[in-house]
Design a protein around this ligand. Structure first.
Ligand code: GRF
Length: 218
């Protein structure tokens, strides 16, 4: 599977989130007032809850927002279709899950498969799921980190684009999950900014599980 050839103009990004949005902020800051240099611009930010702090960050930056809540829909399939439609309205080239704590469904993947990336706070394929930081700590690993990957129909199983490493020290007790997560997020923000920029500027190609960044066929 290959990305379309780099188009004229910055790639349109929709960012999805559920939380405070520091990863979103890193993207906003990296794009600054020169989307052409970065290769992408954020055209909308979506959340699955009203109170996600990331929505305020988007509003402060003048980026349109939308909220699509699971509980406002009769079934998960209907929610999935509504989310897909809300995103499609913004005609994105790439969709970034930056702390979006929901698993998307078949309608979403049919529309955006191969263009949806996620950032996860562990070194996949170890410790997938909602508690990657806690699970890595409980396992006693000496290094952990973060992974930017394409989303497929599994939980954190898609092809890996980039990874960053964070050391776990003697001071990292199981109670210290939040502190370790903060250290991971420092690495994660730069990793996400770099990975999204490379995908947008240079394109990519996937062979089996391997993601190759850079112009195809050059
Ligand atoms: C990130 O560590 C992401 O990997 C995880 O949730 C965190 C979101 O952080 N799923 P923020 O909202 O971008 O600050």
């Amino acid at each position: 599977m290959a990305s379309p050839p780099p188009s004229t103009g910055p790639v349109r990004l929709v960012v999805l989130l559920s939380g405070s949005g520091t990863n979103l902020q890193a993207l906003i800051d990296a794009i600054g007032d020169d989307p052409a240099a970065y290769g992408a611009r954020i055209v909308a930010v979506g959340a699955d809850r009203d109170k996600a702090g990331g929505l305020e960050r988007a509003e402060r930056a003048g980026i349109p927002t939308f909220v699509c809540k699971l509980k406002d829909h009769a079934t998960r399939a209907e929610w999935d279709e509504a989310l897909t439609a809300a995103i499609a309205d913004h005609r994105p080239g790439l969709i970034v899950s930056a702390g979006f704590m929901k698993i998307v469904g078949p309608a979403f993947l049919a529309a955006f498969g191969g263009r949806f990336i996620n950032t996860h706070p562990a070194l996949l394929p170890s410790f997938p799921g909602a508690h990657g930081v806690r699970d890595a700590l409980a396992h006693g690993v000496k290094v952990t980190g973060c992974t930017v990957h394409f989303v497929d129909d599994g939980v954190d199983t898609g092809p890996i684009i980039a990874q960053g490493v964070v050391e776990v020290t003697e001071e990292d007790t199981p109670e210290g999950e939040a502190a370790l997560h903060e250290r991971i997020k420092e690495v994660e923000r730069s990793l996400l900014v770099e990975a999204v920029g490379r995908l947008a500027r240079d394109g990519h190609r996937i062979e089996g599980r391997k993601v190759h960044l850079g112009h195809v066929g050059e």
